[in-house]
Write a protein that binds this ligand. Structure first.
Ligand code: ZN
Length: 241
């Protein structure tokens, strides 16, 4: 349940801010029907031979691309998902000149579909895919509808532009994210438990006035938050004018 008093406090913070940065995780997309695959091991273990963390790793992708794509296409490519009230409000705030960047751990592209322009995707996107041989580009639809391992016209295997386990994050995106956070007057963290690198460290670059945490469950940085709202992010941002 969202406490109206908290909504008023958040509204006041947003009204007086001009450089809001939003940092979001899987919880931002659950209200769009995209489950967090990391928190649902049990469900997947019944259906698949390997745990999801193993399947979505670089070595597994290279060794068993067919099993990787079987899981990836079904469980991670939610091309039919629509932005929810959180994505929409953040896009509106950017258009109004109040929000300068969205930093996301999600790979679903829903912020861009909602209209956000400056989106820093730490873990890549299901909408971008490249041939490993000729670097030709393919969209998500092409990969999703391909049978088995998606192949390029040249015969090369296609790889999603998604950061798999064992792979490093794009340092230029991390650098941009840190710069945006350091310049922000308000940092809103939503839908993430903040325990995963580099998210946890990002907060330390924030020098602004208001740190807002919106999450259904406890997060590591709750203590430092100026405003903490324990509720689904779409429900909260949907009430902001
Ligand atoms: Zn190719």
């Amino acid at each position: 349940m969202v406490n109206d008093n908290n909504i008023e406090k958040l509204q006041a913070i947003i009204d007086q801010s001009s450089h809001i940065v939003f940092f979001g995780g899987a919880g931002v997309s659950t209200e769009s029907g995209i489950p967090d695959f990391r928190s649902a091991d049990g469900i997947y273990l019944k259906e698949y031979q390997y745990p999801p963390e193993q399947v979505v790793s670089h070595s597994f992708f290279m060794q068993r691309p067919e099993a990787f794509y079987d899981f990836y296409k079904k469980q991670m490519m939610h091309l039919e998902a629509k932005p929810n009230a959180a994505h929409q409000k953040l896009a509106e705030l950017e258009q109004a000149g109040k929000l300068s960047a969205v930093i996301t751990q999600n790979i679903d592209g829903l912020h861009q579909i909602a209209g956000s322009k400056n989106v820093l995707e730490l873990h890549g996107s299901i909408h971008r895919n490249y041939c490993m041989k000729c670097h030709c580009f393919y969209d998500g639809r092409y990969v999703k509808k391909s049978e088995g391992i998606p192949r390029c016209k040249c015969g090369g295997m296609i790889k999603p532009d998604v950061v798999l386990y064992e792979e490093g994050l794009d340092q230029s995106i991390i650098q941009k994210a840190v710069q945006e956070i350091a310049a922000a007057d308000t940092l809103i963290i939503g839908g993430t438990s903040l325990v995963v690198y580099p998210a946890a460290g990002f907060v330390d670059y924030f020098r602004g006035k208001n740190l807002v945490v919106i999450n259904k469950s406890d997060t590591a940085k709750d203590v430092r938050a100026d405003l903490l709202i324990k509720a689904p992010i779409g429900e909260v941002l949907g009430k902001i004018r």
